[in-house]
Design a protein around this ligand. Structure first.
Ligand SMILES: [Zn+2]
Length: 469
């Protein structure tokens, strides 16, 4: 949960027009049918890469000195480099090449989080999606070639952005979108803070209580073209008047949502901080748990037994604490953030030790888009080896989304989404926040964009004489 007004710094750092022009100038046009998660890239995207090393995300190993050959946007060959290889298109002998990263918990649409809980109501749909385009470009340039975008207050705007990116009109990661929050009235996925006021219908696409009404909401979202269903099973840190530990749906309601989603071929992920909500959601059949902040040992065992993925945003709490205090976010939000941050990190450590699959998931949109890679260091600090952290952002993420036949590893047949980091010394973790190079379906992503934000131009009044500057 997240978001609100204040012009994001990302918008200034990465001008959208340049991003768009760069993209169009490269002649891209991946036209995919709505509702199709992945499909073949058009021909003509050929690249040869000489890599200092390649990360094998299936086994979690680094393979030195590899040649990667890409044809038509797909990897066709990965083999040891030879002395007599012809010069490559990309000489990345000083780089460690990984599969493009996935951030499994983003909110690209609209402006980033601010102190104003009503901010989502103060922007237009056009502003929301244009900001989303700038956020998407920043995310892609940071090495994230895919995201699971888990909710927007104004429903289905994310579907439009996903499709524009698919068609090559806007630069951005491949998006898997939720369309809206399936949430109880006044719950963690509602715009709260307007007691008595009625919200426009587009803000309440997923709001319902009771099994039949919830099934109907799921059908509306499925017909809207979403890739997954996101249910708010407990209260949220950033939504006023809701408590992270408290369940907002019964287990039967959660089961109805999962059952209806399955009829439409969709998986469900549950936002759940509290231990009881986490366990109820797992028993109801969700594929993943977002946040999982207060997960207990029984919940960890259940997650492992059911093969449920945990999407734990272990960086985010520090950002909220720092910026929230500085910018005057509500005391209640800061209190809830403190109550969940350290507990979540402890749960993360236990989950990793217990062998529960944890995916890379940041809640970007609470913090500025494009800085997602900061979370790698937190995951390593709280119990993962760096290789496990990369697997969580590649192979395991692709498995969660059921696209591991197309994405998530550098192997022949896979789509050529790659991120290249400076080659670390033997055994050292790479610098995840260093300037990365990115390839998306066999095309180099250029950047950063150079278009500056433009000055306001003062217009002379009709009666005002022209004076020299
Ligand atoms: Zn979120």
């Amino acid at each position: 949960m997240r978001r609100a007004a204040c012009t994001s710094s990302i918008k200034r750092r990465f001008g959208l027009p340049a991003a768009l022009l760069t993209w169009l100038g490269l002649g891209l046009g991946a036209v995919l049918a709505a509702g199709t998660p992945v499909a073949a890239a058009p021909a003509g995207r050929d690249l040869s890469i000489q890599a200092g090393a390649v990360f094998d995300s299936v086994r979690g190993e680094v393979l030195a000195g590899r040649r990667i050959v890409i044809h038509g946007g797909r990897i066709v060959e990965v083999r040891p480099a030879h002395d007599d290889d012809p010069p490559p298109d990309l000489d990345w002998r000083d780089r460690l090449v990984m599969p493009g990263w996935f951030d499994m918990h983003t909110h690209l649409i609209g402006d980033i989080q601010s102190a104003d809980p009503l901010a989502p109501l103060k922007s237009s749909a056009a502003e929301d999606v244009l900001l989303g385009a700038a956020h998407a470009a920043a995310t892609l340039r940071a090495g994230f070639t895919s995201v699971r975008d888990v909710g927007t207050y104004r429903g289905l705007v994310d579907v439009a952005l996903r499709d524009a990116i698919r068609r090559g009109e806007v630069a951005g990661p491949r998006m898997f979108v939720a369309g809206a929050y399936v949430t109880a009235p006044g719950g963690g996925g509602e715009v709260t803070g307007t007691p008595g006021a009625s919200l426009p219908a587009e803000f309440r696409l997923g709001v319902a209580r009771g099994e039949e009404a919830l099934r109907e909401r799921v059908r509306v979202l499925a017909q809207g073209g979403v890739d997954l269903i996101k249910v708010i099973a407990t209260g949220a840190v950033l939504t006023e008047g809701t408590e992270p530990g408290a369940m907002e749906f019964s287990e039967d309601e959660l089961r109805a949502i999962v059952d209806e989603a399955r009829k439409h071929g969709l998986d469900v992920t549950a936002h759940a901080h509290g231990a009881e909500g986490i366990k109820a959601a797992i028993r109801a059949g969700v594929r993943s748990i977002e946040h999982a902040s207060l997960i207990d040992d029984e919940g960890l065992a259940l997650a492992k037994r059911h093969g449920v993925f945990l999407a734990m945003d272990v960086y985010n709490g520090d950002y909220i604490d720092e910026v929230g205090k500085r910018d005057g976010w509500s005391a209640d939000i800061l209190r809830k953030n403190r109550d969940t941050t350290d507990a979540q990190r402890e749960g993360f450590r236990k989950a990793v030790a217990a062998g529960v699959t944890v995916v890379f998931a940041t809640d970007a949109g609470v913090f500025p888009h494009g800085t997602n890679a900061r979370q790698f260091a937190y995951m390593i600090r709280h119990g993962m080896r760096w290789q496990q952290a990369v697997q969580s952002a590649t192979w395991h993420a692709a498995r969660l989304l059921r696209v591991e036949q197309e994405l998530g590893s550098i192997e022949p047949g896979k789509l050529a989404d790659l991120v290249a980091l400076p080659l670390p010394a033997d055994g050292d973790p790479p610098d995840f926040e260093a300037a990365v190079r990115v390839v998306q379906e066999g095309v180099r992503v250029e950047g950063p964009a150079v278009t500056p934000p433009l000055s306001a131009v003062r217009r002379r009044a009709p009666e005002e004489p022209v004076t020299p500057p």
